[in-house]
Write a protein that binds this ligand. Structure first.
Ligand code: PEP
Ligand code: MG
Length: 609
């Protein structure tokens, strides 16, 4: 368990109105969607939304002390910031220019304003941000109505100070995530995939967000980094105060604020049990992912950045089944050059050799944006100018990437994969550009693997249904269930309001997967799964029974999935799949999957349910 010693923290607080001390508030429980397993305990680090919008939220009488404490904390921070500004201004521009801050400080200590905030908070029972904004606005309006010029100008000061207070109430800007100096639990309205990619796993013990869903790239990232996370918590970012003690249970989707001592003790015990099971799983590292009746399912790993390769190797993956190269573009402030890209791809290929590394060409768009690529705002980005569509429209950018991948292929373990293929024309065009990239490298006498394998992601229903047309142009299929489910079921993968409709065991999905596998086999192609469905230990027997040849999953999940495979007979998986293909209900299929794992590897359920 990642934790700081919270159970013994003395968290009494000072009352903003009387200056007396009150005991810490009772434990609060929040429920969301657990997207990255594990337990983390630490101090809350609040990330403020980018805009200054203040939302009204009703509170209860029991919440009043918490809101007052947040107000008190924000006042302390604001005073300190103004003192610092005052000193800086005095040093740079002289005493007179710094005078303005005297007025700001006086306002922060003005009893009339402070008492009014406390009174409104207690009578209206609204969140402190909203109360501060309302009180400040009333003062501003009153000042603006005065005759006296000097007093009218003070209205600007009230607004200024209120804005600063609100910002401090809301928390830190997301850029502060880059240089955290203390371990913490990040609480945010939302985190973008690039913000998550930049999280320092030494410092971020866990995170919880208002928005998000299990197959958003933010959630995928959290799993790859092994950071416990819960998303879809509606308004948690408004309900937690900076430095509150927070417990994140990423398996069950629960977050506890100021957890009670008994809760902490119970979680300590759970964490110990988890560690025991995980210690047993690590002994599987060098064992094959082979069913009890001798059927091998190579387990590869998904990576987002070259630094993830360490985790790939320590978790015993036999290669990389999906390298999401777009994060190289997302994390850079300029378009990475051919040399910069080649260096990253060569590094990955060399470190996993002799195992294969499947490098997916950039899947920009959807929920992954790159500011320097100047993509237009799109109303429906997941169905818009994304992935291969963007690349084919920008052949120079695409060919630069293809040349860089080719340069990394000299050890002959690199394969190329195109994302979001929706028709065969795209494959033919991408292959044409690949042939050009090869010719250009040959003209420069640069070495590469001339017979590099090319495959496509099957993640759009039209591709799954026309796999037979695509198959002659490529060497493998890799099913991207994250997008396949969203496009087939018309369920936005990043929208927490429809998470309950996101069903990988839906009969439509099973039919598309089965068709892809069968067509692949008829054409002599292997077919893998690189979407999150393949990393769900409950669904692995189903995929195996459907005939999948390889799974590529988040690296920390490999030991668990390997254990499920090693406890299983292929015949059991086949029977499960046959039954599933006959079933008309996603729930029934899921229940059968759970029943099988409960039968073959019961202790695994402890870790996943
Ligand atoms: C998928 O869609 O399943 C997939 C693996 O790609 P991504 O999650 O990057 O869209
Ligand atoms: Mg996808």
């Amino acid at each position: 368990m990642h934790s700081r010693n919270w159970s013994h923290r003395n968290s009494s607080r000072t009352d903003v109105t009387t200056g007396t001390s009150t005991p810490r508030t009772a434990e609060l429980e929040f429920k969301g969607v657990g997207v990255s397993p594990g337990i983390a305990i630490g101090a809350a680090f609040i990330v403020a939304p980018d805009d200054d919008t203040v939302v009204m939220r009703e509170i209860t009488v029991a919440d009043v002390p918490r809101e007052l404490q947040r107000f008190e904390n924000a006042l302390v921070v604001t005073r300190q910031q103004i003192h610092d500004l005052q000193h800086r201004m005095t040093a740079e521009l002289g005493q007179e220019s710094a005078q303005i801050f005297e007025a700001h400080l006086l306002m922060l200590e003005d009893r009339a304003i402070l008492d009014e905030v406390v009174r409104v908070l207690k009578t209206k029972l609204q969140n402190i941000e909203f109360v501060v904004q309302q009180v400040a606005e009333r003062y501003t309006q009153a000042l603006l109505r005065l005759e006296d010029d000097y007093l009218r100008e003070r209205a600007v000061d009230v607004r200024d100070i209120a804005r600063r207070l609100l910002r401090n109430l809301a928390g830190h800007s997301s850029s502060a995530l880059a240089d955290l100096d203390q371990p913490c639990i990040v609480i945010a309205h939302d985190l973008s995939p690039s913000e998550t990619a930049g999280l320092n796993r030494e410092k971020v013990l866990g995170f919880a967000t208002d928005l998000g869903s299990p197959t958003s790239h933010t959630a995928i990232m959290a799993r790859a980094l092994g950071i416990p996370a819960v998303v879809g918590m509606h308004d948690i970012s408004l309900r937690v105060a900076a430095n509150d003690a927070v417990l994140v249970d990423g398996q069950h989707g629960q977050v506890f604020i100021q957890p009670a001592r008994e809760r902490l003790e119970r979680y300590e015990r759970k964490a110990k049990d988890r560690r025991t099971i995980q210690a047993r799983l690590t002994t599987l590292r060098d064992q094959p992912a082979r069913t009890r009746d001798g059927y091998d399912i190579p387990l590869a790993a998904n990576i987002e950045q070259p630094s993830d390769v360490d985790s790939v190797l320590t978790n015993g993956a036999v290669g990389i089944g999906l390298y999401r190269t777009e994060f190289l573009f997302v994390k850079s402030d300029h378009l990475p050059t051919e040399d910069e890209q080649a260096a990253a791809y060569e590094d990955v290929a060399r470190r996993v050799a002799p195992y294969p590394a499947i490098i997916r060409t950039m899947d920009i768009g959807g929920d992954k944006f790159v500011s320097h690529l100047k993509m237009p705002q799109q109303v429906n980005p997941f169905m818009g100018w994304r992935a291969i569509r963007f690349c084919l429209a920008q052949p120079d950018i695409f060919k630069t990437q293809l040349r860089a991948i080719l340069r990394a292929s000299t050890l002959r373990n690199v394969k190329i994969m195109y994302p979001m293929i929706s028709n065969v024309k795209e494959v033919i065009e991408a292959n044409r550009l690949l042939a050009e990239a090869k010719t250009e490298l040959a003209a420069r006498s640069v070495a590469f693997d001339p017979d590099i394998e090319v495959g496509v992601m099957i993640e759009v229903p039209s591709a799954a249904l026309t796999a037979d047309l695509i198959a002659p142009h490529i060497r493998f299929f890799s099913i991207g269930t994250n997008d396949l489910v969203q496009y087939t079921l018309a369920v936005d993968r990043v929208n927490e309001l429809v998470t309950n409709l996101y069903e990988p065991t839906h009969p439509a999905i099973l039919k598309l997967i089965k068709n892809t596998i069968d067509v692949g086999h008829e054409h002599g192609l292997w077919t893998g799964v690189c979407g999150e469905m393949g990393g769900n230990p409950l669904l692995v027997p189903l995929l195996i029974g459907l005939g999948i040849d390889e799974l590529s999953i988040n690296a920390p999940g490999i030991p668990l999935v390997k254990d499920v495979i090693r406890s299983l007979r292929f015949s059991q998986a086949e029977e499960l799949a046959q039954q599933a293909l006959r079933s008309g209900s996603a729930e029934e299929v899921l229940a059968n999957c759970r029943a099988l794992v409960n039968h073959t590897a019961p202790e695994i359920l402890e870790l996943v349910e």
